[in-house]
Design a binder for this molecule. Structure first.
Ligand SMILES: Cc1cc2nc3c(=O)[nH]c(=O)nc-3n(C[C@H](O)[C@H](O)[C@H](O)COP(=O)(O)O)c2cc1C
Length: 198
């Protein structure tokens, strides 16, 4: 069973994170999930997802929603720095931060590991594992661009939340699938989520 970390932060585009999570848990991956405080806010605003309570209660609720066991999907709060994914000794294939706010981009680029998302990403980088970020902001200032370049130069796969139009999307779901499909491509996970250019 391949194991991945998915982090959802407080940038617009929470739907991308939810779609990726959905795809992975339904296709046999084990997922460690963490969501920042702002990430939860945007999830509620944009997608209507809302779970309250302690870490274990939220974990149970999410597992129930997806119909999977805690062995397949483990949720951690962003302030839980004792979580498994805060240590490089816990093996994973990689991490995807989707959507990724400019604050989280900055904290990873600076090595400022103030929450579980930036710590887990720091671990992924030090262990030379695969890190994919899906940044979303517009317009981008020079600080954003410099931080993204710093990460790219370290081997981070930057897949901006920029859906294409050459595949003629008809619904929002088609645009979401395009980005999620590109993330899966970046992880070398075969998928037919979007129409490719032939
Ligand atoms: C409705 C709303 C939309 C936001 N959209 C973005 C966005 O697209 N990109 C971004 O970088 N920040 C966005 N922000 C700001 C972030 O949520 C804020 O910088 C937050 O501190 C990020 O924290 P986090 O990275 O720990 O989740 C948005 C905030 C709100 C309230």
């Amino acid at each position: 069973m391949s194991t991945y970390i998915i982090a959802i932060t407080g940038a617009s585009g929470a739907i991308y994170g939810i779609k990726l999570l959905d795809y992975m848990v339904r296709n046999g991956c084990k997922v460690y999930l963490t969501i920042t405080k702002e990430g939860w806010y945007i999830l509620k605003e944009e997608v209507g997802f809302f779970w309250e309570g302690g870490e274990d209660e939220i974990n149970d609720a999410i597992c129930k929603y997806y119909g999977v066991s805690v062995e397949s999907l483990r949720y951690y709060k962003e302030d839980n720095l004792t979580a498994a994914i805060a240590s490089g000794s816990v093996p994973t294939e990689g991490m995807i931060i989707v959507p990724c706010s400019m604050k989280t981009v900055a904290s990873i680029a600076c090595g400022f590991t103030s929450n579980l998302v930036s710590r887990a990403a720091d671990v992924i980088l030090k262990e030379k594992r695969r890190l994919i970020i899906v940044p979303r902001e517009a317009p981008l200032n020079s600080i954003h661009l410099r931080n993204l370049l710093t990460l790219s130069e370290m081997g981070v796969h930057v897949i901006p939340a920029m859906p294409a139009f050459y595949n003629k999307p008809e619904r929002i779901a088609d645009m979401v699938d395009f980005i999620v499909g590109r993330i899966l491509d970046g992880l070398y996970i075969e998928n037919t989520l979007y129409k490719r250019w032939v």
